[in-house]
Design a protein around this ligand. Structure first.
Ligand code: GDP
Length: 295
């Protein structure tokens, strides 16, 4: 469905034949192709532009190695740069608390409930971890039911209180329950809205300030594409989150949202969601993601 970047660069690079070096003049068309490829992969336009400027600085003056064609060299520079950009320490999730509290944030439909289940399921396999899932969505009873369904699937207890309308109190109740019942990880699944609004941000900010979780994760649908930048920034401004979970990478998106988010908030992408099932989760590998974005 997509032309790979190498194919596009092959076309753009015919001008470089016979030249031994990448120069500002002969690289212009190629950089345009790189930019187009990134925007096609849903990277935010401004970020794609900044990125190609960086690549340009790195590329100019480089000798075209005998072993590599100019387009291959360019793909290598672009890939290394992308990998660097998306890299950084993704040192897992902080499980040092007793219990360790993990707060999930993100828009409705981003995959918070599903990822909460996946994380609980993953931690459960480590014999020393006993997770508790907590339904902090006080607006949608269906969301609470959904978390119970997830909990049953993976055999993890779910804490909820449909009578309580204050998510902070639910979270506090859940932590007390966890302490009494030997749960050493508490995963707070919070309410999300379809778009960012002040009430939602105030609510999650209150939970964050009062509970002071060990780890705050921002869950984002990889198919959000260009919008991912605004959403990530809005959540990061309020929560200063620790890491990003990029979901729905099993879809046909190239996943350029990863670059946009990393450029804007500079937080590590920790895990990716690759399906609806509870085991469809993987650690984030920047170089694999760079390959996917470049095609
Ligand atoms: P929440 O509103 O943020 O809690 O989002 P949900 O966890 O309810 O997910 C919204 C929809 O996306 C559900 O239909 C999930 O099954 C689906 N979903 C979540 N993660 C993934 C994923 O990694 N891949 C796919 N294909 N679907 C996902």
């Amino acid at each position: 469905m997509f032309d790979s970047l190498s194919d596009k660069l092959d076309k753009a690079f015919h001008v470089l034949k016979g030249h031994g070096q990448i120069t500002e003049v002969n690289v212009a068309e190629t950089l345009k192709e790189v930019r187009r490829a990134l925007v096609d992969a849903d990277v935010n336009f401004k970020i794609a532009k900044n990125f190609t400027n960086t690549v340009k600085e790195k590329a100019i003056g480089q000798n075209v190695l005998k072993s590599l064609k100019p387009n291959q060299l360019m793909v290598k520079i672009v890939k290394d740069e992308l990998t660097d950009l998306m890299g950084g320490d993704a040192e897992g999730v902080d499980l040092s608390g007793s219990p360790s509290v993990i707060l999930m944030s993100g828009l409705q439909g981003s995959g918070k409930t599903t990822f909460s289940g996946k994380l609980a399921n993953f931690l459960k396999t480590k014999k020393t971890r006993k997770p508790l899932l907590v339904a902090c969505d006080v607006y949608r009873p269906a969301a609470i039911d959904q978390l119970h369904v997830v909990g049953e699937q993976i055999n993890v207890e779910v804490f909820s209180n449909k009578e309580e309308k204050d998510p902070v109190k639910i979270a506090q109740g859940a932590i007390a329950h966890a302490k009494q019942n030997g749960h050493n990880v508490v995963i707070l699944d919070t309410a999300g809205r379809l778009a960012i609004d002040e009430q939602m941000m105030n609510e999650i900010s209150d939970i964050h300030k009062t509970i002071q979780p060990n780890e705050t994760l921002f869950v984002v649908d990889a198919m959000t594409g260009q919008d991912a930048v605004n959403t990530a920034k809005a959540f990061n401004d309020v929560l200063d989150f620790d890491g990003v979970i990029l979901t729905k990478l099993d879809g046909d998106t190239r996943g350029g949202a990863a670059i946009s988010i990393k450029s804007v908030v500079n937080k590590p992408i920790k895990f990716i969601g690759t399906g609806e099932k509870m085991d469809a989760v993987d650690v984030f590998y920047p170089s694999r993601m760079a390959d996917r974005i470049l095609g």
